[in-house]
Design a protein. Sequence first.
Lengths: 344, 280
Amino acid sequence: MIDLQQIHKTFGAFTALDHVSLSIPRGRMVALLGPSGSGKTTLLRIIAGLEHADGGIIRLDGQDATDLSARDRRIGFVFQHYALFRHMTVADNVAFGLKVRPRDSRPSKDEIRERVSTLLKLVHLDGLAGRYPTQLSGGQRQRVALARALAVEPRLLLLDEPFGALDAQVRKDLRRWMRRLHDDMGLTSVFVTHDQEEALELADDVVVMSHGRIEQIGTPADIYDNPATPFVYQFLGNATRLAATVQGGTAHLNGWQIPATAPDGAAVAFIRPHDWTLEDAAAGANATLRHASVLGSSLRLDVTLEDGQDIEVDIRRDAGQAVPAAGSALRLTPNRVAVFPATA
Amino acid sequence: MSKRSLRDHSATRLSLVALTVVIVLLFLLLPLAQVLQQAFAKGPAVFWHSLQGEDPLAAIRLTLLVAAISVPLNLVFGLAASWAITKFDFPGKSLLVSLIDLPFSVSPVISGLIYVLLFGAHGFLGPWLIEHNLKIIFAVPGIVLATVFVTFPFVARELIPLMEEQGREEEEAALVLGASGWRTFWSVTLPNVKWALLYGVLLCNARAMGEFGAVSVVSGHVRGLTNTMPLHVEILYNEYDFVGAFAVASVLALLALVTLGIKSAVEWWHRDELAATRRH
């Protein structure tokens, strides 16, 4: 169990982390998701002890670790560019964490060799023990870095943009493999990413960060279904942002009246493309189709609302169904709308 | 690529190679051959004889002694400075970086004069030194100090760009894996820079043995006592003892070749590791 309370960190005039509190239960895989400069990597480095927080408390398994050196935290860290020891072979890289232990807790040479070979098998690199890091591909290097971090049996595994430097196909395969490894070994892991798809696919919990603050913490389903702030909506993408006006608990948008908790005045509304219902235009059209395209089993409609705002609409399409012509009048009703005050 | 452009390429390559060979012959090998030719102008017996005296031997001994003291000192200073500059942040860092370059930007003669002004009989610390019967200027300590100063940047200048480029991540990785700072230095930082360090030490050594200007100012040219090889060469040359001058000069050149030879040998022994770790 990792517990962070009110972690604060500034670099000169820049506030990297603004009183961040976060709790990570054992066995979970947590994603720190945010754009660059949101403080996610700084938070990861503070947990590892590579950076010292200006304020706040870090507890590892109930023990106060705020002033504990990175050496003594027993945390595995996989660096974005792996940071493999370039002058050591793969086997020596993996063995490093065991070899540097104080004499009384250091395993014997045979035990170390045994452990290294088990770990290399685990990451499917058994044949490459004698290679140097420069002789490996990106995916192989990443797995060496992982094996090296796991060799010390860390209570927590931290990964900084673990798939960032890999090409698309390798990234996909490694992601799945990493998730299986996490489950099989019963690890507790935190990884940093700016890729929302990666976070939603891989993590048990997603922590969305922006400007040094946590915007939302939740399961991938939570985060996708109920984004807590306009930022989360925009960062996850796949939502149209529309201007609306709130009056007495009701948002007015293109003639629709939507219940809203936002205060009176200008507001922004977010609607996902698949949260629309297409009705019979005979009941009164409220939008015009600009362009329609077939995306496999769905139909993507580029639509201009009566009030002039452009939206995207995805609707299910049955085989053989006619594609509506550009310029036709439509009647649309939003199913789910999130309304926020316009200033946020 | 067409045949034509291939031919153009090989023509370019050939002329570049030819140019390099000519330059090496003209400016490196020819002077070296000339030194040897002059040294043996009156036969090997005279050459041998002119190295036998008290003074040439004392000059060789002194030069080796000065190099033996100043090179290890600058190895440690240079390594420590580069480590501090590239792996840590502290106030005054850019000032330290410019200070390291100072010996390169100041004329060696000026460096020598500064030591005279500081430690000489009429210098700032002169009276105190005389009182305590310590001799620095016109003695071996002064020569060592001047040499250390002049050769200070070589190791640091080799290491800083490389360590800058390597960054701090490997050290951080070692730390997270539980290594102490000392252990990290010996098993991560040092092995990563050992070739640059070797190269810096060789340059430092070459300059330490060959330094003329600064040493000339502080030495006082006392034969058999404070004459290094370059100073001795000059004295002999000014006395029209060309064989003697070139004999000592050829020994100095030989020492340089020996250092180069050691470097090549070390690289050859570690050729596999070099090939594996240098490829990117």
